[in-house]
Design a protein around this ligand. Structure first.
Ligand code: CS2
Length: 447
């Protein structure tokens, strides 16, 4: 790995949430853009983990270098990535995080902090209880305040999480935080920073010991920061940058005026199908996505969800073929070389199902039996039906969801979870006809 030519960076990106996804996606694009560069401008990333020091311990001793392995039935392709300069652990190095944001060479802050990292209420506004020390907001507030004081320009804050209108959400949430903490900074941020929306796509299973062993055998050295992924990758970015950016479009990223059709299709078809595969698949005893999608009892539900229920709610962009998109997704899900665990996708369902299923249900003019079948499986999952085999429910709302089921009938629980004042619902409460159909499905436990 030492052979990779790491440039002295003149332009910086600060990234919050340097997990496997970022390393296989934005850092991979940035590395490829570096290899293509014609202008001599070097870009590098300071990665930040909010709490855990694990990634810092993996990558810093390797000078930030690590491998991305693309797995397909045809074999494995390994690439060394040299775009990450350093990893900081925010809880231990708050001063270094503020300094990275305030560095004159920093132009962009990117985010993959997962849905729950945005600290939202069920209605989608900032939850002041959650947006405390340790969340992204105080770190952003301190770093941006230093830029203002130093007379430096604003930044592009680019959300790369699976949220609808992710840039707008980040903008609204950060603005709400800053208005309370530092109104002058809120005004400066609104005037000088931009918050583009983006659609990110690449399936990145959590790295296993077997993956690390396979990489070590392939490159003849240990790589503690290795990530594995599929060959496919997509990144569609709203072209709204406050300053400079890497030439990501030279290596496959698409810069567009409006991300909405791509983002909505990805959330409702890919992620919607993924969550359905997770809850239906776990109930059937499957471990991996490729097993669940091959199950003749599950596959028709997935096809119906994507083609008949989600796709008709999406006004496609010119040239966007949603039928072909669904075909391609089924092919990607079937990749047997990936070993993508259903339990990984089942995590944090309370933060995911609104944009993956409930918005389709609300916007659809037709019945959506496949989504309701998946929703019934999720409700059984959070009731605890799968815990004997798959362990405790991993969700920030797990306790509230279990409580909503406790001593209640299915009808009462559905109301407590998905009604107007429900645990997760807010604006996207179920229509009464859907609620009725859902109830029958919960208790029938069949597909
Ligand atoms: C998955 C996503 O874990 C999940 O919830 O649906 O991480 C999915 O693999 C990515 O969005 C694919 O781009």
């Amino acid at each position: 790995m030492g052979a990779k030519n790491v440039q002295t960076a003149r332009f910086g990106i600060v990234h919050f949430g340097i997990g496997a996804f970022h390393r296989a996606h934005q850092a991979w694009y940035t590395d490829k853009a570096q290899d293509q560069k014609q202008d001599g401008a070097g870009w590098s990333i300071v990665g930040i983990s909010l709490r855990s020091a694990t990634v810092a311990q993996q990558l810093n001793p390797q000078d930030g270098l690590y491998t991305v392995t693309e797995c397909s039935p045809g074999g494995r392709a390994v690439r060394v990535i040299g775009s990450v300069r350093q990893v900081l652990t925010a809880s231990e190095q708050p001063e270094a995080v503020a300094a990275a944001i305030a560095a004159p060479e920093t132009h962009i802050i990117t985010f993959t902090v997962t849905e729950k990292g945005y600290c939202r209420t069920a209605e989608g506004s900032l939850d002041p209880e959650l947006a405390q020390e340790g969340s992204i907001y105080p770190f952003l507030g301190r770093g941006l305040r230093r830029r203002l004081d130093a007379g430096l320009p604003g930044l592009t804050l680019l959300s790369c999480d699976n949220l609808a209108h992710n840039g707008r959400q980040l903008e609204n949430l950060l603005t709400a935080y800053l208005r309370k903490q530092d109104p002058e900074l809120a005004e400066w941020t609104a005037r000088t920073c931009t918050f583009p929306c983006s659609m990110v796509d690449r399936i990145v299973p959590a790295t296993t010991i077997a993956d690390l062993d396979a990489v070590a055998a392939a490159i003849d050295m240990e790589d503690r920061g290795a990530v594995v992924t599929e060959p496919f990758s997509q990144w569609v970015i709203e072209d709204r940058f406050a300053g400079q950016r890497p030439a990501w479009e030279r290596v496959g990223a698409e810069l567009v005026a409006d991300v909405t059709p791509y983002e909505t299709a990805k959330l409702r078809l890919l992620n919607g199908a993924h969550s359905a595969l997770a809850y239906l698949g776990l109930e059937q005893g499957h471990t991996f996505v490729h097993e669940a999608v091959a199950d003749p009892a599950i596959r028709p539900v997935i096809e119906q969800l994507m083609r008949d229920e989600a796709a008709p709610t999406i006004p496609a962009a010119p040239g966007q073929d949603l039928g072909a998109y669904a075909d391609a997704l089924l092919h990607r899900f079937a990749n047997p070389a990936l070993n993508h665990r259903l339990i990984q996708i089942a995590m944090d369902g309370s933060q995911k199902i609104t944009q993956r299923w409930l918005e389709t249900l609300l916007e659809s003019r037709n019945r959506c039996p496949a989504i309701l079948t998946a929703l019934a499986a999720w409700l059984r999952h959070v009731r605890g039906d799968n815990t004997a085999i798959w362990g405790a429910v991993d969700d920030p709302m797990a306790e509230a969801l279990a409580l909503a089921w406790k001593g209640r009938t299915s009808a009462e629980a559905v109301h407590a979870i998905l009604g107007h004042d429900g645990v997760i619902c807010g604006e996207s409460a179920l229509r009464s006809s859907d609620a009725k159909e859902l109830l029958a499905l919960i208790d029938a436990k069949r597909m």
